[in-house]
Design a protein around this ligand. Structure first.
Ligand code: AMP
Length: 426
């Protein structure tokens, strides 16, 4: 088979690494890819959101299966574009990807199907939003409706911060049309976890649970990022809670999407808030999480390709997936200054020292090749991922590997996975 992976971050490196292990796969292309991906795949300089070029490339190369990493091509309708040309692609179509593309759509859907989520109201008028905010008070969470590169959610502890967020999104339009409408919702507390499933619109197969670490600094301090690390499994989701999430969230939403005429086939990610056995949905994503994919796919024993093909063919009921019992963690190494401005093009050393380490994989996110050297080219640069006999061992191994890799200004959190050690029950 010839496979095309779309995207060029840590999630896509992990997908390419996993796909490369499939005996069914003879050739992998990745658009646009990165320095790590180039080890397994031919990187093509087509942007992930150039859906027409990607479809014509796939047609020309007779690609047997395309796998989409990021959300933007999905919401632009890459699946519809490929399918209209008779090409096979794994992911939700445009009408189903709206579950991530519009937060208002997804909140209204949750409400319609009685799935627990924070109480909310939606606005396009700044004045109405302000008066609702005054009535409800803070803390509150202000969310832009559309995609805003992970920056569109502002948890506000004070009235000033909430008013500023409303003003920035609805009046100053800092997110453009993605901020034409907003949600103001109740601030929830508890433990967050990611629950990601494979689904063909009928059958649902959950992946192991995981937990991301969004804020830039240790102990969840500082501004949110794309994710500074993740571990799997997330002990906050007990077996009993997992069943409840399947019964009360995943099945109703997949059935609900079908009932809305938006049959969902692909990867569905639910961001959850868990507090004393109560689970609320924070958001849905229409794709694998980044960096959750890194530890999750490290634990996947089964070939990924037949699973993705079964999604496309709607025969996921015939598939079974084996997972490694061992936990895994991923420590994200980032450029100094991220999530703000940062320098690019700095040489990375020590990658060779880590290559021979057993149960360790370094997934590249923002890297590029310059004169045969791997250099930084993004905010999140590497995801150092390790498997261990227990979470403590996985943490130690990942940090041991991380300490071998250096560049000027490399930054990483020192507490990834610590929460998993603390959690007994919620
Ligand atoms: P979302 O993209 O909606 O998941 O939001 C990004 C992050 O904002 C989440 O991972 C949470 O940390 C936080 N967040 C979103 N909604 C809420 C809420 N209702 N209460 C507290 N935190 C929230």
């Amino acid at each position: 088979m010839k496979v095309l992976v779309i995207g060029g971050g840590g999630r896509e490196h992990t997908l390419v690494w996993k796909v490369a292990q499939s005996p069914k796969v003879k050739k992998i292309y990745c658009a646009p890819g990165n320095a790590g991906i180039a080890e397994y795949a031919e990187c093509i300089s087509i942007k992930a959101d150039d859906i027409e070029q990607l479809a014509s490339f796939s047609h020309h190369k007779n690609i047997d299966l395309a796998i989409v990493g990021p959300e933007i091509p999905l919401t632009l309708g890459i699946v519809d574009e490929f399918e209209s040309k008779g090409l096979r692609i794994c992911g939700p179509d445009k009408s189903a990807s709206v579950i991530e593309g519009s937060k208002i759509f997804s909140k209204d859907l949750l409400k319609k199907y009685n799935i627990p989520t924070a109480p909310y109201a939606t606005f396009n008028s700044p004045d109405e939003a302000m008066s609702y905010l005054k009535e409800k008070g803070t803390p509150a969470v202000i969310k832009a409706d559309g995609l805003a590169a992970g920056k569109g959610v502002i948890p506000a502890q004070s009235m000033d911060k909430a008013e500023e967020a409303i003003d920035n999104i609805l009046t100053k339009k800092i997110f453009g049309a993605a901020g034409d409408r907003i949600i103001i919702e109740e601030f929830l507390t508890g433990e967050e976890a990611s629950f990601i499933v494979f689904t063909d619109g009928n059958t649902i197969i959950p992946m192991p649970t995981s937990q991301d670490h969004k804020p830039i600094h240790d102990n969840d301090q500082g501004p949110n990022t794309g994710g500074m690390g993740a571990y799997s499994p997330a002990p906050v989701i007990t077996e009993k809670l997992q069943q409840k999430i399947m019964d009360e969230i995943m099945y109703p939403i997949i059935r609900g999407m079908a009932a809305e005429g938006r049959k969902y086939r692909g990867i569905l990610y639910a961001g959850l808030m868990i507090n004393q056995g109560k689970v609320n949905v924070l958001e849905f994503n229409a794709r694998f999480g980044d960096p959750e994919t890194q530890p999750i796919l490290m634990r996947m024993k089964t070939d990924l390709i037949p699973v993705l093909e079964a999604i496309v063919d709607e025969r996921l009921d015939q598939v079974s997936i084996q997972w490694d019992e061992k936990p895994a963690i991923c420590v994200v190494m980032a450029s100094k200054g991220y999530p703000g401005n940062y320098q690019k093009g700095i040489e990375i050393t020590g990658l060779d020292k880590v290559q021979s380490m057993h149960n360790v994989q370094v997934f590249h996110a923002g890297t590029a090749l310059k004169d045969n050297h791997v250099v930084t080219s993004g905010g999140r640069v590497l995801g150092v991922t390790a498997l261990g006999n227990n979470i403590e061992e996985a943490i130690n191994l990942a940090y041991q590997a991380t300490s071998q890799i250096q560049w000027e200004g490399a930054y990483y959190r020192k507490d990834i996975g610590k929460k998993a050690l603390k959690i007994s029950k919620y």
